[in-house]
Design a protein around this ligand. Structure first.
Ligand code: KG4
Ligand code: ZN
Length: 338
């Protein structure tokens, strides 16, 4: 089954053709990073407008690269939640139009489910059940993935998401957007023990995260240094900060593995590209004899191939969009499309 998939939940306009959930025939991404860089973050209004401008060409290119036409694909898939509402609406309405014009079924895909599915592409033998750490710009969850379409959130952030907390800290350090990725590069040679950060834990909820204290802490370090006229070693501060964030993520994930007895660990979302997180998890999982699955770097960030992969399984579960499909800005991964 060939699916043409569309992703426009944030600042990447993307389309792909994926066969049977695992084989990527094409994967086209048009990034808006350069434009949003000027503002230090994603400007939702600009994102929507660029999606509108780019989406036709991106979908056309995805079909061409896959040597497909609308006739040769079996279904259309689109990210419908969660994300920036104006951005999502561009993809959803484009996909609805395609489905209406071609008569092919439309499959609504949850963005975080698709991030997990990036691993089905990178690891053809991976199948649920498993434990997933989903860490993106807007979410930090530990999820018990029971099947391709059944999810139970067992740990979540009480405030900021890990990616958001890395982005905000990067901004405070004067590191240009996209902060998380740039800070990762910049901190590679930094001393991770140079600065001390708190390790927030939530009483009674050992799998939940809290990142806002870490963010405040880094801002205080920078303010204090500025007031005293001291210079800050950004690679050292970045390395210490990343190590603190990664320490929280890995500690809770390992606790979750212990509590659930799950031996398969999957990492997903933009932050799964982080070099320290990847290295730490590789070593921890090896020590504990856990099987670790991470997406290849090119599939960590937003893309449409992962949407096409998840769509295959949503289709098998009978999740087909009704005529009135709408975009939803905020929706739990455990909720099925109505
Ligand atoms: O999944 P994603 O591309 O978009 C959302 O669904 O939010 O995740 C974006 C997040 C951003 O916060 C970005 O800073 C972070 O992923 N990110 C990274 C790295 N690459 C992207 N964070 C740490 N290290 C990286 N290498
Ligand atoms: Zn994402």
């Amino acid at each position: 089954m060939k699916i043409i998939s569309i992703e426009s939940s944030c600042d990447e306009t993307a389309a792909a053709v994926v066969e049977d959930g695992r084989k990527v025939l094409s994967n086209v991404i048009s990034s808006q990073v350069e434009e949003h860089k000027i503002y230090g973050g994603v400007v939702p209004e600009i994102a929507s407008r660029r999606h509108s401008e780019n989406i036709s060409a991106v979908v056309k290119k995805a079909l061409e690269d896959a040597d497909c036409t609308y006739d040769s694909v079996d279904a259309i898939a689109v990210t419908y939640a969660p994300g920036l509402i104006g951005a999502l609406l561009v993809g959803v309405n484009f996909a609805k139009g395609l489905s209406f014009a071609t008569g092919k079924p439309l499959i609504p895909v949850h963005h975080l489910r698709s991030h997990i599915a990036a691993n089905y592409i990178s690891h053809p033998d991976l199948e649920p059940p498993f434990l997933a750490l989903v860490v993106s710009g807007g979410h930090s969850h530990i999820i018990n993935v029971k099947s391709y379409t059944e999810f139970e959130i067992i740990g979540r952030t009480r405030d900021d998401a890990a990616g958001e907390c890395l982005d905000k800290a990067a901004r405070a350090m004067g590191v240009p957007y996209p902060g998380g990725a740039n800070l990762d590069k910049l901190a590679k040679d930094g001393n991770a023990s140079a600065y001390k950060f708190p390790h927030p834990r939530i009483d009674g909820s050992p799998l939940d995260f809290s990142f806002s204290g870490l963010k405040t802490s880094v801002i205080n370090i920078i303010h204090n240094a500025n007031q005293k006229g001291e210079t800050i070693n950004i690679p050292d501060l970045g390395a210490s900060y990343i190590s603190a964030v990664v320490g929280c993520l890995t500690e809770n994930l390992m606790k979750a593995a212990e509590l659930t007895g799950q031996k398969k660990i999957v990492v997903a979302g933009g932050v799964s590209a982080n070099s320290v997180l990847r290295r730490e998890l590789s070593s921890l999982c090896k020590k504990r004899q856990l099987e670790l699955y991470m997406p290849e770097l090119s599939l960590c960030g937003d893309n449409a191939a992962m949407v096409g992969s998840q769509a295959f399984y949503e289709y098998q579960a009978g999740h087909i969009a009704k005529e009135n499909l709408n975009a939803i800005a905020s929706l739990g991964i455990d909720k099925n499309p109505e």
